[in-house]
Design a protein around this ligand. Structure first.
Ligand SMILES: *Cc1c(COP(=O)(O)O)cnc(C)c1O
Length: 390
């Protein structure tokens, strides 16, 4: 929490929006990996992490990589997405989703989210398809699953590859299947603020032997298996280290209890915010089960200005929050993308959404305190607004 500490008289400790908490055998396994001297990307923890993660998600295969962005890029390249191709992504997502598309040489096609949910709208996906479209990346944003039935149906009709961005949705599900296991490839991140972490790290999961083999090859410089230093095509170095995988094995072993602890904290939040005027909590779309990553609230009649003011008030009172992402279509970095429709829902969610702290370092009392400060901050903002324009 070092960076978040406030100094000076009367300083209170800031509650960070996320925090890494060790939940089991992390230190033992990392020490074991270091002592064995298998600290690079060969070693038993890498294989074990891949096998355990595939079992957790419900795919036959998993290919570990050095981070979640590389997972997306590797998935795209293994699916032969490249220059001249278009890939449909939601405008409301973390930049990594579109960055990976651009890195693959393809063009992102930005689509809107649903009117009543921040996840991408399957109707807009159908509308976005052109003769150049090769793939779609549904993002299970903030732990909530996308409508994968509709997306798979549309993708099947147009022969598109479906790459799930499940970086924020370890353990969520749609129609009884875990996110990541529904499309052709699922991509995960193990950055420090995700549900489980390896420091930096990522995973591609698939039940296609062919895609898994292709990803293993490209991950390792494109080197032909069984023929050392022979390369049929250029690849990358996207390998995960055995030390990072040791962290991952320990974190993954406890993921079910981590998810239920997160659910309990989210339930406490849900009870608390239910009685706050002017706030909304969005349930996951029908047909899916969400996991609790950050706790997201939406300001009714929200505007970016109001949201940011409330967030600043919370920061003053020692609660770190996080605004929703800017939609990609408003940022200079993604000017080269094709946009579909007015993307108004993405703008509305982006301006009104606020993520509250959710991590294993919180107690129910912390949640109560955060809710009280949130209630007070909304009331304060409403009062100053009334005074400003009587
Ligand atoms: C975190 C994240 C990524 C990227 O993962 P890294 O491991 O940070 O590269 C991609 N997509 C989404 C939606 C994310 O939240």
């Amino acid at each position: 929490m070092g960076d978040s500490d406030r100094s000076g008289p009367g300083a209170k400790r800031t509650i960070p929006v996320s925090k890494v908490v060790l939940v089991g055998l992390e230190e033992d396994y990392v020490q074991d990996a270091v002592r064995s001297t298998w600290v690079s990307s060969v070693g038993p923890y890498v294989e074990r992490f891949e096998a355990d993660f595939a079992a957790f998600v419900g795919t036959s295969r998993a290919v570990s990589v050095c981070n979640g962005t590389c997972a997306l890029h590797l998935a795209l390249r293994a699916s032969d997405v490249g220059p001249g191709d278009e890939v449909i992504v939601p405008s409301l997502t973390f930049a990594a989703t579109a960055n990976a598309v651009i890195q693959a040489g393809a063009r992102p096609v930005l689509v809107d989210c649903l009117p009543d949910h921040w996840n991408l709208d399957p109707d807009q996906v159908a509308r976005a398809v052109s003769s150049k479209t090769r793939a779609v990346i549904p993002v299970h944003l903030f732990g909530h699953p996308c409508d994968m039935d509709r997306i798979m149906e549309i993708a099947g009709f147009h022969d598109l590859t479906v790459i799930e961005d499940a970086a924020e949705a370890h353990g969520a599900s749609w129609g009884g299947r875990r996110t990541g296991a529904i499309g052709h490839i699922g991509c995960f991140s193990f950055f420090g603020n995700k549900v489980i972490t390896t420091g930096e790290g990522g995973m591609c999961v698939t039940s296609s032997a062919e895609l898994a083999e292709r990803m293993r090859l490209l991950r390792n410089q494109g080197m032909t298996p069984g023929r050392r230093y022979w390369h049929e095509e250029p690849g990358f170095n996207y390998r995960l280290t055995n030390v990072a995988a040791a962290l991952g094995v320990a974190q993954l072993a406890e993921i079910e209890s981590v998810l239920s602890r997160r659910a309990a904290l989210a339930a406490a939040y849900g009870e608390g915010v239910a009685s706050i005027d002017g706030l909304e909590v969005v349930p996951p779309p029908n047909g899916g089960m969400a996991i609790d990553w950050l706790f997201c609230v939406l300001l009714r009649e929200g505007s970016r200005g109001r949201r940011d003011e409330i967030s600043a008030r919370l920061a003053d009172r020692g609660v770190e929050t996080r605004p929703f992402f800017f939609p990609l279509h408003v940022m200079p970095a993604f000017e080269g993308s094709r946009r579909v429709g007015d993307l108004a829902n993405a703008e509305r969610f982006s301006a009104s959404g606020l993520c509250l702290p959710l991590h294993l370092g919180l107690s129910e009392e912390d949640v109560e305190r955060i809710v009280a400060i949130l209630r007070e901050s909304l009331a304060h903002e409403a009062r100053t607004r009334r005074l400003a324009c009587p």
